[in-house]
Each structure stands twice: as structure tokens, then as C-alpha cells.
Design a protein around this ligand. Structure first.
Ligand code: F6P
Length: 410
């Protein structure tokens, strides 16, 4: 059964999510798919009838090479939660009508745990209606918080950016002959995997960060201020890494202790930002030292010039494995990575049930967080292989070249 294919991207982008798109597109073509469509802005766009024939956007081998090196979601993204069928079956009817009109037999969604909710709901619906369309999830998220998989494509490149940039911040942060405190805020929501990557900055040419705070442990502000005061009192400059998702004992995020406006997405996630600013202002006020807050924000998930080649390759492979699985009959599944060995590093792809992945957040094990506010060697060993090697950007006129879906920007 070779019919048409549709692929979408959803949730927060990564530096390598387009490598997965390239993997889906090329593998589907190689295996005989007639058309490969791309949803524009994920399932939300499809509901509104927005899609493209990818042959009109990806025309040459060079386009594939550029796509793999282009950050963010080529097709556009969305944060849209499908209603339960019992709440609004019309949405499902609309989606399946679109898919049938396009003669789509294979549906791929590249996303994190929220996006896998879409695969779960659509594959469940297809089953109840006896539809032969197959639905497969392709994992991605810089947060690395997907269950079952060893790690998620996108994480390694964000980790590489974080470790490299943190090294540079440390050089700058230790420059004066009086203490300065730099606080770096890192994404990852309620999981600390990405913040832990700051530990990789430490090495024979770098002192490393002094303290690391992950959301898996309650953040004690008094303890933090005492610790910083102690270390700064020894005339030390400090670089501190903390997660955007750290919370105090009563369950509030640290940034919520400052004046802020709550912005919440369709999955009920608050926009997490401002903890480093809040804490650096507090330290400056209470200790009278020079502070700087550095929010990596968008930079950490779009820095394609600092991507890990391991990550780009795995992102491509999970796209290809998804097509293979669907073409061989799977549906309601997600491709996962299984680590076979650390040294030499080796990962294979497997297939897991989407019901065991959708909407579940995988947190850092508490035994990988130390009592002196750092992470263990096990954590460093886990991340280390994922940031290895580079795929040089294709430079044009001094800048990395990207593939833009609006090919003729000018
Ligand atoms: O889930 C990926 C992620 O980048 C999180 O680390 C971050 O909290 C969130 O997305 C930000 O989302 P948005 O781009 O919608 O503000």
C-alpha cells in the first residue's frame, strides 16, 4: 500500500528538527511515496487546509543539505491541543476529510510529549473508525523529557550550544579582580537535562560553572543567597547555571516571585522566564555585588551553527525509521532511541507505544543531582556523546545559508 505521506512539525523548534523532516521526506520518496505533503503550522494548519507539496519546496540534493542545517521548524509550528473526540468530533472529521482528500495513508508528526498527544488521539480515532491511515510520532525536543527514549533529537545540539557558550561566559565572567556573579538561565521546562549540560563546560581549559540548579529539587532562596555570599566573600567570581523551571517550596516558579504576566499555552504550560533576572537583582540588592543575568532563551534552540553532528544524524535517522515503521504496518507508535554503548557511543532506533509517551515528562533522576548543587559524573557521561562532532554550516557571503520555505524572500 503506497499512498501519499503527510508530515508536520509541532511544539518548540530545535536546531535539528528539519533534519528529521529531511529523513521523512527522503525515505518516503525512496520507498515509493507518490506525494509527500507538509502541514503548515502542524495539525492546526491542516485543520485550516494549510499544506504544501514538499516537492515544490525541496528540489535538489543541496536543498536537503541546507534543510539539515536550517534551524527552527521549516514548515512552521503550533501549540495546539486536539480536543477529546467526545468534546468535538467535528475537528476529527475535518482532519480525516483533509487526509482522505489528499489520499494520505501515512501521517508523521515531529514533536515532543505534547505533540505525541496528537498522534495518540488521531491513531485511536483511526482505529475506532476503521481507517487505514497510519500515524507515527517522530521525537524532538531540546528539553529531553520524553519517556522511554534514551534522549531526544534536538537535545544534543542545544546541550552543545549551552556548554560552549557557558565556557565563553566563564572566560568573560572571571575577568575582573573583584567578585562578579553571572547567572545563566536555561530552558527545559520542568526537566533539568538541558541545564545539566552546563556541567560540560568544565575541562582542562575551563574552571566550569560553580553551581547548577535543576527543577527536580526544590529551590531554597535563602540557602542560595547564603552560598553565593559565602563564595563571593572569598573574593571569587561565580558563574551559576539554573533552569527556567526552578520552583520554591510552595510550588511557585522562582520567576513568579517577581512582577510578571502569566502567558499560558494550549497545554496549560506557563511561559517560564525571568528567574535569573529575579535572583541576580536580589543578589545585587542584598550583597551589593556586580551581577549579570543571561537568559539563553531562543538562542539555545536555534543555534544551528553549533549543532552536534551526532544529533543531526540521529534526527535524520528517526525520521527515516518512522517512515520504515509506518510502511511496514505500524501505527500509534513513536520512534525511540536506544543506547547500545557509551564508548564507542552507539544508539539504535526502536518503536514504542505512543500511549506510554504522550503527555509524560521524564525528569532527571535525583541521584544524578549532588547535595552541593551540581550534577554527577554519570550525568556528564550521559550527555557527553550527544554533543560530539560538527556539520559545518554552508557559508554564503560570510553567513550560514538556510533553506527558507518562502524560497523567494526578496
Ligand atoms: O519545549 C521546548 C521549549 O523550548 C521549552 O524549553 C520552553 O520552556 C518552551 O519550549 C518555550 O516555548 P515557547 O517558544 O512557546 O515560548
Amino acid at each position: 500500500m503506497i499512498g501519499n505521506v503527510i508530515v508536520g512539525q509541532s511544539g518548540g523548534p530545535t536546531a535539528v528538527i528539519n533534519s528529521s523532516l529531511a529523513g521523512v521526506y527522503q525515505t518516503a520518496k525512496e520507498r515509493g511515496a507518490q506525494k509527500v505533503y507538509g502541514m503548515l503550522h502542524g495539525i492546526k494548519g491542516l485543520i485550516d487546509g494549510l499544506y504544501v507539496d514538499l516537492d515544490t519546496k525541496i528540489k535538489t540534493d543541496m536543498d536537503i543539505d541546507l534543510l539539515k542545517r536550517t534551524p527552527s521548524s521549516f514548515l512552521g509550528s503550533c501549540r495546539y491541543k486536539l480536543p477529546e473526540v467526545t468534546e468535538d468530533e467535528e475537528v476529527y472529521e475535518k482532519i480525516f476529510r483533509q487526509l482522505n482528500n489528499l489520499d494520505v495513508k501515512y501521517f508523521f508528526y515531529i514533536g515532543g510529549n505534547d505533540s505525541m498527544d496528537t498522534i495518540k488521539k488521531l491513531s485511536d480515532y483511526a482505529e475506532t473508525k476503521g481507517s487505514d491511515i497510519r500515524f507515527i510520532g517522530v521525537p524532538k525536543t531540546i528539553d529531553n523529557d520524553l519517556a522511554i527514549t534514551d534522549h531526544t533529537p534536538g537535545f544534543g545540539s542545544a546541550a552543545k550550544f549551552i556548554a560552549s557558550t557557558t565556557k565563553e561566559i566563564i572566560r568573560d565572567g572571571l575577568v575582573y579582580d573583584y567578585p562578579t556573579i553571572s547567572i545563566v538561565e536555561i530552558m527545559g521546562r520542568n526537566a533539568g537535562w538541558l541545564t545539566a549540560a552546563a556541567a560540560l563546560a568544565r575541562g582542562e581549559d575551563c574552571e566550569g560553572v560553580d553551581l547548577i540548579y535543576l527543577p527536580e529539587k526544590v529551590f531554597d532562596i535563602d540557602h542560595f543567597i547564603d552560598k553565593v555570599s559565602d563564595l563571593a566573600g572569598q573574593n571569587r567570581s561565580l558563574v551559576i547555571a539554573l533552569s527556567e523551571g526552578i520552583k520554591v517550596a510552595d510550588g511557585r516558579y522562582v520567576f513568579e516571585l517577581a512582577d510578571h504576566v502569566d502567558v499560558v499555552d494550549a497545554f496549560g504550560h506557563k511561559q517560564l522566564s525571568g528567574s535569573a533576572k529575579f535572583l541576580s537583582d536580589k543578589i545585587a540588592a542584598e550583597l551589593g555585588v556586580h551581577t549579570r543575568d543571561i537568559e539563553f532563551s531562543t538562542l539555545q534552540r536555534c543555534a544551528a551553527h553549533m549543532s552536534s553532528r551526532v544529533d543531526i544524524t540521529e534526527a535524520y535517522n528517526v525520521g527515516g525509521a518512522a517512515v520504515k515503521a509506518a510502511f511496514e504496518g505500524d501505527t500509534g507508535k513513536v520512534v525511540v532511541l536506544k543506547r547500545i554503548s557509551d564508548d564507542p557511543y552507539m544508539c539504535i532506533t526502536e518503536i514504542a507505544d505512543v500511549h506510554k509517551i504522550a503527555n509524560i515528562e521524564k525528569k532527571v533522576p535525583l541521584e544524578w543531582i549532588t547535595d552541593d548543587d551540581y550534577v554527577t559524573q554519570d550525568m556528564i557521561n550521559y550527555i557527553h556523546p550527544l554533543i560530539q562532532a560538527e556539520l559545518s554550516p554552508i557559508m554564503v557571503d560570510g553567513l550560514p545559508r538556510h533553506l527558507n520555505i518562502n524560497r523567494d524572500v526578496h
